[in-house]
Design a protein around this ligand. Sequence first.
Ligand SMILES: [Zn+2]
Length: 315
Amino acid sequence: MTYFAGFDVGGTRLKYGLVDADLKRVHQNSRATPDSGRALLNLLRELWSGLIREAPGDIRAAGLGLPGLFSRRERRVLQSPNCPAVENLAIAPELEGFMDVPFHLDNEANFAAYGEYRAGAGRGGGSLVMLTIGTGIGTGIVLDGRIWRGACGYAGELGHAPVNPQGIPCRCGSRGCLETEVSASRIVENYLAGRDEPEPPTAREVHRRAERGDPAAREAFRTAGRFLGLGIATVVNLLNPERIVLGGGVMNAHDLLLPPALEEAALRSYRGAFDGCTIHKAELGNDAGFMGAAAWARDALVRKRAPAAAKGEPE
Ligand SMILES: [Zn+2]
């Protein structure tokens, strides 16, 4: 039996694991993400040695997802507001120093989408777009079985689609982006608008209040849900995907967010495209990233062995 390793470097946790050729998990764990690039590289080296020891057979390939704007050409992360340790880190040559198998680097949201596509809510389906909604919005696009990365690797920044021209400034330099309107913190701000609370509640607390029937809390989710619907309509009209998968912490409130989101998306998309698309909750949770990295590593190896099936396309 052969095995594939996946790593998912997040802003706070580094998740990693091993899957077999059928993508069954045989090992998984997580560590705190170190706060310097050197410490991160040392940790990866240590985890890799551990996986080699743990694996019941040969590890044939590995994938590693990184947070932020990943340049395919330079094989490094150019910008990463949530994880400065990876910014401009020359990770590929370091990995080449101790990993003696093919490895693949990509943006973590791309690998999360691929994980759901292969082993989660997208299993058995065709094209898929995944949105991970938390403090920001990560987007991964899988078209005809391949991750769609765009010309330089920066595709899938739906979080920065402008949905509200009057919205608040976004960290990307624009304003009224999807992620400024649908994030956990925005839901709290929606709730606090026009209220005087000495201690602002957390998003989780606003969720609890909404579940108990607090009308202002319900409206805070409804407003965010309608903006999410605009994002979904944009995806549906642009790509006509078979599935949209929604994940991330904010989706714990899917019962409050999804009804207004779907209502708005139906109003704003072409009927045929909307009817042909199903919307799913993500299934793999925080494991999607490392699972997708490992699945991509497996599939890239299969394509390399059968170039005719891959039509000679570059990876
Ligand atoms: Zn933005």
